[in-house]
Write a protein that binds this ligand. Structure first.
Ligand SMILES: [Zn+2]
Ligand SMILES: [Zn+2]
Length: 450
């Protein structure tokens, strides 16, 4: 199966669209100018100077008025769509609607569902469901070990043949170095990426927040950052030793960023992601015991947060991934220590990062846009480009729009978003996936056909 075929497109039909006078910003082609853009038959058909494209009677027109910004759609290599088995939290439709609302044209779903996606027939039926129900393109990872139990490897080659982009036991670490080593040896034979949730459970020991002065003051069991960073260092070295390809999920602290930098400097084939919440929040957010702020790995210190931002800026961290982790209201409305880990993130990622990091003068917009779609290439998929003949995966942004996260509810079935109630700048007005208009904000008027 080709890499592109491993991504399942939903049933959306390609539209005929004319985007008039939009500010096109594509960090990979280097375009940064006002253009008219024609989308037809699933691809970017034409680019021209404003006023350069005549509107065809069949086309829907999106007016950019020289004010709206068109970027390559975002790609999230780490989401939990919760299906099969936990559809009260999320499913393929609601999760991919949330993705579309966030400007994403593609996501990669984690296999820690019920049952776990640890066999080819399970993956096949999930891919069939995605082809019927998904609003954006969806790729899947299979489990590394059966049932995420850490004891027996899955049939990795069969999962690959069935379209797995790679493997992960996310939600859990691969605690045994010997087990991971075997997985890396198979990975070299069958391809795909091994994505790792790094947590030494003999160190995290059921903790509920970052270990430090605040956890001591609150009387909550802490998780030390070394629970993550020692595993990143161990597994980077294993990847180097086996010449295998490893991706580190949701980095949260300085020592992990340093370990990834050291691994890259040695030429080991590693990559890494960071979440919007780890880039923007610290353990201080936990002080009020709001369970939306409880996630794994836990929010750490301000100096960890700064290291993550610098890692993303410098490219030590390759991409942004939301680790969108929906939970039902009643599951989160319990005392902090009992609440499940995770925050939703697809619908707020761009605006939250744009507001704090771009408007805050920390990183430029083109870098944020690049890092928000870099996850595709890490998993062997083509990077989205705004160029004639390329698949039309596009996000139309209003960078001036101000909104409050959650004010109109959520597309996700769950509302456990750590940014809920925040005043944000920058809004995704439309998302185009493989030429289909999969999201249109209520504020965006289509100027009819023709
Ligand atoms: Zn995880
Ligand atoms: Zn996760």
């Amino acid at each position: 199966m080709t890499a592109t075929a491993m991504l399942v497109d939903g049933p959306g039909t390609a539209a005929e669209l004319l985007l008039v006078d939009v500010h096109v910003l594509d960090p990979r082609t280097g375009i940064e100018a006002r253009h008219d853009v024609r989308v037809r038959a699933g691809v970017v058909a034409e680019l021209a100077e404003p006023g350069g494209l005549e509107c065809d009677a069949r086309e829907e027109v999106l007016a950019g008025e020289g004010r709206l910004t068109l970027v390559p759609a975002f790609f999230d290599p780490h989401v939990h769509l919760r299906t099969p088995g936990q559809e009260h939290k999320e499913d393929l439709q609601s999760g991919t609607r949330a993705a579309a609302a966030g400007g994403y044209a593609g996501v990669i779903a984690m296999p820690n569902t019920d049952p776990v996606i640890d066999s080819a027939p399970l993956l096949r039926s999930l891919r069939d469901s995605a082809a019927r129900e998904a609003h954006v393109s969806v790729g899947f990872l299979g489990a590394i070990t059966r049932g995420l139990q850490g004891e027996q490897l899955t049939e990795m080659a069969e999962l690959r043949e069935q379209g797995a982009l790679g493997f992960t036991d996310d939600g859990r670490p691969v605690q045994s170095a010997g087990m991971l080593r075997k997985a890396l040896q198979y990975q070299r034979l069958c391809g795909g990426v091994i994505a790792l949730h790094e947590e030494d459970r003999t160190l995290s020991r059921g903790g509920a927040m970052h270990e430090g002065a605040l956890s001591a003051a609150l009387g909550i069991a802490g998780i030390p950052t070394v629970a993550e960073s020692t595993m990143v260092a161990r597994d980077a070295e294993l990847a180097g030793y086996e010449d295998a390809r490893v991706h580190f999920q949701h980095l949260s602290c300085t020592a992990s960023v340093d370990a990834v930098a050291a691994a890259k400097a040695r030429g080991w084939r590693v990559s890494a992601e960071v979440s919007p919440h780890h880039l923007l929040l610290t353990e201080e957010a936990v002080r009020g015991l709001d369970t939306r702020m409880k996630m794994h790995p836990p929010l750490a210190t301000e100096s960890d947060r700064r290291s993550l931002v610098e890692g993303l800026r410098a490219g030590t961290i390759d991409c942004v991934a939301t680790d969108h982790a929906p939970h039902a209201r009643e599951e989160k409305e319990v005392p902090f220590e009992q609440a499940p880990m995770g925050t939703t993130g697809l619908e707020t990622a761009f605006a939250a990062l744009y507001t704090e990091l771009v408007l805050g003068g920390v990183i430029p917009l083109e870098l944020l846009v690049a890092r928000m779609s870099a996850g595709a290439a890490l998993f062997g998929l083509p990077a989205p480009l705004i160029a004639p003949g390329e698949p039309a995966n596009l996000a139309l942004l209003d960078l001036d729009a101000e909104w409050t996260a959650g004010e109109h509810g959520w597309e996700s079935r769950s509302e456990n978003c750590c940014f809920a109630g925040r005043r944000l700048r920058g809004r995704v007005l439309a998302t185009i996936c493989a030429g289909a208009l999969v999201h249109r904000d209520r504020s965006l008027a289509l100027i009819g056909a023709g």
